[in-house]
Design a protein around this ligand. Structure first.
Ligand SMILES: Nc1ncnc2c1ncn2[C@@H]1O[C@H](COP(=O)(O)OP(=O)(O)OP(=O)(O)O)[C@@H](O)[C@H]1O
Ligand SMILES: N[C@@H](CCO)C(=O)O
Length: 292
């Protein structure tokens, strides 16, 4: 049996730890079968081939939730680069939880998501579901609360370009630099951006969605890890992007617009002008996990 779990854009501008959306490329694939012992083999990007692999962590978490001791033999084809900002650990966490769910016959969405978030907690040092939840559903997702787990879903279908520069930013580092308090004017601005963005998204008004892709909670502090941010953003907007932002905790960035392939080309050229190689993914939003 095999499951494919796609990359995700968490935060999506002003929705720090709350908004997320699934995209179609890149993705991880996990083949698995029940076994006497835990085993994971990895192809593609290198991640641990032992019990530190997040797919094992989340699969074990799900088994423990239902009081089973089942082990799995897994083959992970890692297509999402780790420390990327496009939900690499989230995708593998969800894949592990889904694999165990399939083997044990668990169909409870919340249980699967909670197991996947356990893997994400181990990878990033904090519980945040804004990668695993959109990876599961594909839709634009809004996490209202964790206790109880309450998620809002908006079906979406537009093109986006995701550009991943050859730089690594661990999520744990990008979270450590965030202040515990932010100025009231920034909180108010984020509230305005986030509320307006949801309405624009519901009306499929992509130009307005693009205009609202800003953030005052994390981005001002994270820019110190991404000195290139403003240069690349300006290039994207000049190339016709309706909007541009960081995906998750970066360094991946994304843009929406009419000709996202051309915008992606310009973003990659701008990185190249700074001697930074970059992968470009022109893809649709709204992709959830797929079974084979
Ligand atoms: N199967 C796996 N997939 C990805 N990362 C894994 C996996 N197993 C273990 N890890 C480890 O988890 C960490 C993932 O790092 P991090 O959370 O920063 O990346 P990310 O998921 O790409 O980021 P983001 O959540 O911002 O998209 C790395 O240290 C990596 O080696
Ligand atoms: N919301 C998380 C996503 C990490 O990919 C963050 O920005 O830290």
């Amino acid at each position: 049996m095999k499951v494919r779990v796609h990359a995700t854009i968490a935060n999506f501008g002003p929705g720090f730890d709350v908004f997320g959306v699934g995209v179609g490329k890149p993705y991880d694939e996990l083949s698995f079968k029940e076994s006497d012992e835990w085993m994971v083999r990895v192809k593609g990007y290198q991640v641990p081939e032992n019990s530190n692999n997040i797919a094992i962590v989340s699969a074990k978490a799900l088994a423990a939730m239902v009081g089973e001791e089942t082990a799995l033999e897994m083959k992970l084809t890692k297509g999402i680069r780790p420390k990327s900002g496009i939900g690499s650990s989230g995708a593998s966490s969800l894949a592990g939880a889904l694999a165990m769910a399939k083997v044990l016959g668990v169909e409870d969405d919340e249980m699967i998501l909670r197991a996947a978030m356990e893997g994400e907690r181990v990878a990033s040092g904090s519980v945040h579901g804004d990668n695993v939840i959109p990876a599961y559903y594909g839709d634009f997702t809004i996490i209202e609360s964790y206790e109880p787990l309450k998620i809002w879903r908006i079906p979406v279908n537009f093109e986006v370009v995701v550009v991943l520069p050859a730089i690594e930013i661990p999520t744990s580092e990008a979270r450590k630099i965030l202040p515990s308090k932010i100025p009231r004017k920034d909180a108010i601005r984020n509230l305005a951006l986030a509320a307006s963005l949801i309405l624009a998204l519901k009306e499929n008004d992509l130009q307005t969605v693009g205009r609202l892709l800003d953030d005052r909670i994390a981005l001002p502090y994270r820019k110190q890890l991404m000195q290139w941010y403003e240069t690349v953003r300006e290039a994207a907007l000049e190339a016709g992007a309706y909007g541009f932002s960081v995906s998750g905790s970066g360094p991946a960035v994304f843009a929406i617009g009419e000709d996202v392939a051309q915008i992606g080309k310009v973003i990659a050229e701008t990185f190249s002008g700074m001697d930074i190689k970059a992968d470009v993914y022109v893809t649709k939003v709204g992709r959830g996990a797929i079974w084979f």
